[in-house]
Write a protein that binds this ligand. Structure first.
Ligand SMILES: *Cc1c(COP(=O)(O)O)cnc(C)c1O
Length: 575
């Protein structure tokens, strides 16, 4: 007789545990504005990579009905913002399932919208975006899943309650009762540990503060940190936590000892309950070990989803030379045998597509035969987007005497990030000052679609973060998949991916106390003496570095390798 209550038969060790992946933002598709930058793109790529490998994983995030924001730039580069209006019905499926949690003593109902990721291998990964815009909720509660990173601390903690507590409640309502690993992508979802603690307490009949209850929860949790600086941490005053989560919850957290100097620090909470913790590059793992000395911190270097971030011309190229590449990205290694002329031709096509997109968006017609540099990411101080413009006279001289170049910029600054907004204005000022010698274009509205065009179509990808603040960085990996070498500060993933003159070039060296003056000199020296001369006079050598970028970096810094490592190190601990 079949007992329906029995869990499905575990056919040996072939299938790993079921994983629930929690993230405040997730990049699923260009038409779904539920991401703000790298953290969300990584979440999307992780789930897509999980689908490729057939990992039984589900994603949990919020619906963000008003998205991140639309960016508007005036002629001086002043940024203003407006809410994104999008219709979830056009790309997501609303489900009838409901779950609820308590916020400030009110019952708040949540509905899931489902997005299905389908891999080339026909595996499906469902992603549930939580939504509180239901008539049974108060007008305020209906707005709680509107804005990604909008509102004040109060709004943010309510959102984090929906993500963490609501996410677990929703998994149960959907029938996911056998989840074995809860993966927190950053601290925003760390309240899920409290939901698990309550469940485990109810199941065992023991108080939630009992050692074995806490240990059982700890066995289920995995935490990935992306924060290389303490200032980046998400924390809330106790008073606010008490108000939103209730006295009982804060008392429970106090008793468990998971509060941090009497504040609710979401990273500290996540770390406290996790059996496995990792940073997102080897270097970031070391930095995090110094930041959180009481925890063992591992490293799983980020990767990007190859089939998503490879441009059409390179997809065709790989399909004809190494057809297995979509199913197993390791095969990109064999791009080492693709003729250089074919690589060059595919790149020319990707570049033409990018220049068409630039003209469509900005009206500026760039010259396809001129070396084109790309810089696009979230505009925030540590990314130092203006570093290239430190010495305009030297830049003009390089353009006149060594070879012409043009630069495409893009990126949004968070509405409250004044430093980021200043950077955008500085780029506009530099663009105006350089306009007779170097064309600089700044494209509004950096998003997934634009990132695909940009990372694939430029000749050189530039990255100038302040060390050691680039936990990983991922856009250089997208570029590598399209044969675009990087010129970058040796931080994050580039410490691992850089081979000088082979996969690209380093700015300065990897010493953290390096002076900004020497970094700037190194940046100009490399452009002047190495990269621009090679681009114009040794085209085959340049194409060779493009090919190495694919064979050495595209084959490794991808989401399949990353998820395989999560599987081995984080999801299957007894393995
Ligand atoms: C890849 C990507 C990012 C992250 O880029 P980093 O190099 O990691 O800073 C941000 N925004 C968008 C739209 C992206 O596609």
């Amino acid at each position: 007789m079949v007992d329906n209550k029995e869990p499905p038969v575990n056919n040996g060790n072939a299938m790993p545990a079921v994983v629930a992946y929690f993230s405040m933002e997730v990049g699923l598709d260009t038409s779904i504005p539920t991401y703000g930058g790298g953290l969300g793109m990584l979440a999307g790529d992780s789930l897509r990579g999980g689908a490729d490998l057939g990992i039984p994983i589900v994603g949990i995030s919020l619906l963000h009905r008003k998205g991140y924001f639309h960016q508007h730039l005036d002629a001086q580069g002043n940024q203003t913002e407006s809410p994104v209006e999008w219709d979830p019905k056009t790309c997501l499926e609303p489900l009838d399932t409901r779950a609820s949690i308590t916020i400030e003593g009110r019952q708040v109902w949540i509905r899931p919208w489902r997005f299905l990721i389908r891999s080339a291998t026909e595996n499906e990964v469902p992603v549930y975006l939580l939504d509180t815009a239901l008539p049974e909720n108060s007008p305020f509660d209906q707005t709680l899943t509107d804005y990604l990173y909008g509102g004040d601390d109060h709004y943010r903690l309510c959102q984090e309650a929906i993500l963490g507590l609501g996410g677990v409640a929703m998994l149960r309502a959907l029938g996911y009762n056998d989840v074995e690993t809860y993966h927190m992508n950053e601290g925003h979802s760390a309240l899920l540990t409290i939901a698990l603690l309550r469940e485990e307490s109810a199941r065992s009949g023991l108080p939630p503060t009992e050692r074995q209850v806490m240990e059982r929860v700890g066995d289920e949790c995995v935490f990935t940190t992306h924060t290389p600086v303490p200032a980046g941490m998400d924390r809330f005053p106790m008073q606010l936590a008490r108000q939103i989560l209730g006295e009982e919850t804060t008392a429970l957290m106090t008793e468990c000892g998971c509060l941090h100097f009497d504040t609710l620090n979401m990273i500290a909470l996540g770390l406290f309950f996790s059996r496995y913790i990792n940073g997102v590059s080897m270097r970031h793992g070391e930095i995090s070990t110094n930041m959180f000395p009481s925890y063992p911190i591992n490293s799983v270097t980020n990767g990007v989803h190859a089939a998503t971030w490879t441009s059409e011309p390179f997809r065709r190229l790989y399909d004809s030379h190494i057809p297995e590449w979509r199913y197993d990205n390791l095969y990109l290694r064999y791009s080492i045998n693709i003729p250089l002329d074919d690589i060059y031709q595919a790149h020319i096509e990707a570049k033409q597509e990018l220049l068409r997109e630039v003209e469509r968006r900005s009206g500026v017609r760039l010259n396809p035969s001129i070396m084109t540099l790309g810089f696009a990411r979230r505009m925030t101080t540590y990314k130092r987007a203006d570093m290239l413009f430190s010495d305009l006279e030297r830049l003009r001289k390089i353009a006149r005497e060594v070879g012409p170049f043009q630069i495409i910029y893009s990126g949004k600054a968070h509405p409250r990030d004044e430093g980021g907004k200043v950077l955008i204005r500085k780029i506009f000022q530099a663009a105006a000052a350089l306009k007779d010698t170097v064309t600089v274009v700044y494209l509004e509205e950096y998003d997934m679609n634009l990132a695909m065009h940009l990372c694939a179509g430029v000749d050189l990808w530039l990255n100038t973060p302040k060390q050691p603040e680039e936990a990983s960085g991922t856009s250089g990996m997208k570029a590598a998949l399209n044969g675009v070498p990087s010129l970058s500060i040796l931080d994050g993933w580039w410490v691992e991916g850089h081979i000088e003159g082979v996969t690209g070039w380093a700015i300065g060296d990897s010493k953290q106390d390096v002076s900004i003056t020497s970094e700037i000199n190194s940046l100009y020296d490399k452009l002047e003496h190495v990269i621009i001369p090679m681009f114009y006079h040794q085209q085959r050598t340049y194409s060779q570095s493009m090919r190495y970028a694919i064979a050495l970096n595209g084959s490794y810094f991808n989401a399949q390798r990353m998820m395989f490592q999560y599987l081995e190190h984080a999801y299957m601990p007894s393995h």
